[in-house]
Design a protein around this ligand. Structure first.
Ligand code: 13P
Ligand code: SF4
Length: 351
């Protein structure tokens, strides 16, 4: 088939290779404290700030906050990095987060603990195939999730994160625009159902959220009838249908703090429990069930790429300057347009 004939049904996604969960050497309390102090010192010496995602190891999240950095969702990570005066941003998360930081901060050095920490959404949306798909629907506005490569972002009209996708699509639909949405089909379907927008969906998915299972969730809800169900919208439709709250990582964390319930069943990466426990220490958090358990599930609700971040690697990159994220300047300039459009839109709606 010619690329020029490419319709959504005809897309054959590349096979995503999931890494094994990394084995992180266990440290004694004394060793861990010494390592954290070493990283704190290195951050100062490098004029660097640590920006971490909620799915990374709790130790990294806490260190980011203790050292004046931030732990946040992908939208806030991008905003924080732009506004902070540090010359080096150390991004603990997955590759697209470091790339977004570089695109927005061309004059800063961006380091990441592991450059092979990718994301199944990014991997299932190769730029050439995606570009051909867009060329085949020239009358559509191209909206891509932040979980994509710089080249895919550069081919888009808007970049969105789960924290702002709904508002942006509502706005575009109101203007009568037809939309190409990529790469997460579950998030796309959810947004379509909420907005009524005319959308063509790229058939990608997140291997972590895709493993949550509706039937098993029904069972666990029966055991905990007073629990509120919190679901990230990258989860399958029949899981989302059972949610009391559907939202970005930040929205789910806020729900734990604000809702009167004392029990929550949470369908997203379990790294998020670190922040949830901090803001609501007395509440009970239950992991939503996944496709299997132990050796039989692919992710077991832990993103294997987020797990590639470790304290040891943080120290290493700050000592050596290795793992710098570089994005070609011309490409970065193109990709920054749809990201900046999102950031400006989010400022406008916050006002
Ligand atoms: P958030 O934008 O909600 O932080 O999500 C990012 C992500 O990768 C979810 O899997
Ligand atoms: Fe990507 Fe899913 Fe991991 Fe988020 S949890 S980084 S969407 S693979």
């Amino acid at each position: 088939m010619q690329h020029s004939d490419l319709t959504a049904d005809a897309i054959v996604l590349p096979k995503v290779v999931t890494p094994d969960h990394p084995l992180v050497p266990k440290l004694s309390i004394e060793e861990e404290t010494a390592l954290k102090n070493h990283i704190k010192d290195l951050l100062k010496r490098n004029n660097a700030v640590l920006v971490a995602h909620y799915y990374t190891d709790g130790k990294i999240q806490n260190l980011a906050e203790e050292t004046g950095g931030c732990v946040a969702d992908s939208l806030e990570m991008a905003r924080f990095g732009m506004e902070h005066p540090a010359r080096t941003l150390v991004v603990a998360g997955v590759r697209f987060m470091g790339e977004t930081s570089k695109i927005l901060n061309n004059d800063k050095r961006i380091l990441m603990p592991d450059l092979s920490a990718t994301c199944s959404l990014d991997d299932c949306c190769p730029a050439d195939l995606f570009s051909a798909f867009c060329d085949n629907h020239p009358d559509h506005t191209v909206v891509v999730y932040a979980n994509t490569s710089a080249r895919v972002k550069a081919r888009s009209d808007w970049v969105v994160t789960s924290g702002i996708a709904l508002e942006i699509i509502k706005y575009l639909a109101k203007n009568g625009e037809k939309i190409i949405w990529a790469p997460d089909r579950h998030l796309g379907r959810y947004i379509q159902s909420q907005t009524g927008a005319e959308m063509i969906l790229w058939p990608g998915s997140c291997i972590v959220h895709e493993e949550f299972r509706a039937v098993a969730l029904q069972r666990i809800r029966k055991l905990h009838p007073a629990a509120a169900v919190l679901v990230h919208p990258e989860s399958p439709h029949d899981v989302i249908c059972q949610a009391d709250v559907v939202g970005s990582t930040t929205a789910l964390i806020k729900a734990v703090g604000n809702m009167p319930n004392t029990e929550f069943i949470v369908a997203t990466d379990a790294g998020i429990f670190n922040k949830m426990r901090q803001i609501a220490p007395g509440k009970t958090l239950i992991e939503a069930p996944t496709a299997g358990d132990g050796a039989t599930c692919q992710s077991c609700a832990h993103c294997p790429w987020m797990e590639m971040n470790s304290l040891q690697k943080l120290a290493h990159i700050l000592e050596t300057g290795e793992n710098e994220i570089l994005v070609d300047a011309e490409l970065a300039a193109k990709a920054s347009i749809p990201i900046t459009r999102m950031l400006n839109f989010s400022k406008m709606i916050r006002l």
